[in-house]
Design a protein around this ligand. Sequence first.
Ligand code: NOJ
Length: 754
Amino acid sequence: MKKTLLILSAIICIAACADKPSHETEMNKFVDNLMSQMTLEEKIGQLNLLSMWFDVTGPRMSKDVEQKVKDGLVGGVFNFWTPNAVRKLQDMILTQTRLKIPLLVGYDVIHGHRTIYPIPLGLASTWDTEMIERIASAVADEASADGLHWTFSPMVDLARDPRWGRVSEGAGEDPYLGAEIAKAMVRGYEQGDLSKQNTIMSCVKHFALYGAAEGGRDYNTIDMSRLRMYNEYLPPYEAAVKAGASSVMTSFNEIDGLPATGNQWLLTDLLRRQWGFGGFVVTDWTAIYEMEDHGVGDKAKVTELSINAGVDMDMVSEYMIEELPALVKAGRVKEATVDAACRRILEAKYRLGLFADPYRGISEERAKTQIKSPEKLALSKEAALKSIVLLKNEGQTLPLDASKKIAFIGPLVKNQRTLLGNWAAAGDWKQIMTLWDALENKYAGAKFLYAQGCHLVEDKYIRRMTDQQNGNVIDDRPAQQLIDEAVRTAGQADMVVAVLGEAYDMSGEAASRSNINLLDNQKNLLKALKKTGKPIALVLINGRPLTLQWEHDNIDAILETWLPGMRGGEAIVDILFGDANPSGKITMTFPRNVGQIPIYYNHKSTGRPFSNDSKFTTKYIDMENTPLYPFGYGLSYTQFTYSGVQLSDSTLTANGSITASVTLTNSGNRAGEEIVQLYVRDLVGSITRPVKELKGFQRVELKPGESKQITFAITPELLKFYNSDLQWIAEPGEFLVFVGGDSNTDNKAKFTLR
Ligand code: NOJ
């Protein structure tokens, strides 16, 4: 049986190889020929990735990069761009190195390069994968025009702990939505054809499980069962790889006691053998070097572990160039392993067309037309509008009436830098319109009042950890003086809009918080404003779910705008005054307090599901189980009503398909967009199954009074999961299917899978 299978697969392989597009064959010939001329040191040089300019995110820095480039010791650089600078660097390669192998040029283009879009968590809140793909291709167009070949994005780490600062860089807590967004981003960046000069290589990160750091503390340890990995955390990485991502970045954490960067099971067995990944693996910043601190060996040992595990490129450690020659000589690393890694890097360069044109078509002219083009700026605004989530709107506090006297109060009303968000690549915050500028621009002559109200960050500890120069405005007046002034200003107005949140660098890398309340000084301001008795709308500009129980109980309206990017100020104003209707929905659960974390909608039932009737069920004695706002939640200025769920059949067969439909009606008096969500519950399984799992969603636009039938197809494929033997299967039995406006919906029907 085994033999027949082997012969069969050999035949299939021969047929496939004969069919391979000729450029693959050409590439292989080219790389063979080039590698036959390379010394071992030159091959190892290709595995070395150094940081050119600034943006240091770790314990070591790259030095003497230009000299190392000339010496053939560098395969790629990052933190570097502009057509001119990149052209000069490639010229240096062409004129001063023996083999003239162009450099890869990368950068953390996370939510835009120069045109900055909302942070990824904001983009995810749009649930608009078609738009996200458009954004990724616009980003690729702009970044490639600025000399870049490679972005360290998408970050697809599933995250259930809002204390972790990097939740701002990902899509939130759901594997299905995370996978859909991951695919859209890879497709957008690479467009399936890197030879097009307006594409860039994507890099799926951080492989793997980085979002599960214990206590939400960045870089912390992780310990996870295979079942949880396969069913919950791995799907977005796998989806991105299968969508054609050209590179993968290792994560800082350990998996099963071995750092990801030295984990052969992860990088070779799973990634290459099971998923068929054909691109190259790069480490995160100094991740090989950091394996010494993890305690798995000395410099030589950790280098050996990493390359033998499947790492191809060493970001900033420089351990590969320093250690590999001796390791190969000693037989601890096979030369064939170095060859394989080098080949993968050269293949990426070939696919990017760098050997044909080391400049990849860059020119000042192209940069001028592509960078911050009107279309890209418009897309940034579209994304910001769709990402904003209305969390509360009692008594229709919003939208605002511009003829009223409105006081805008808070340190973020006139702050430019925060709007751009963390990891804003080459975005220039000094050029962007604040919320206040946008107000003045739109309502010239209107009499809005303003007071700063408080410092953005007063807490001494946080102030030490954040960047106090870079646009985080400092005003040294005493806190009470600022509050008094704000209260006086509020007293003259009909209503107050308080604009509060986090400084741009209170989320992102190395920005975990143990407490995710609004900062005390901001809360004090809000409490003082509340005492004025004026209606208050709270506009939040921040990078993670916050704990907002007090605000929810005391403030009339709450608008979560995330870190909305360079058109964010204008988008917030359009939403506040009703020129646009909020339509975003949160993709991470908002807890009531930090003690509830981890809290996520797709949890297991337990043997003692929550009940108010008995003490001995799963709960806290001091806090209810429910979140403040569930996954998928978000309001609109209009109302949407759902009919019951109609199934086309109550039985689904192994190869069949049924549909679940609802009639969705806009029962309010404004046009609006609703994100309709499909969830499934597998009632009995060979292993326990989550109480709900997202399996589909649609963004639907409806005019006032309009109804539409919304239909989802349900196939057995949608019901599959990894069982305890890690087989991907759907088990016959009963399922509930839910269709509604958030993960709390109880609008359901039942069917049986035969
Ligand atoms: C460290 C971060 O973890 C990673 O996401 C980033 O791509 C690299 N630094 C490079 O800047």
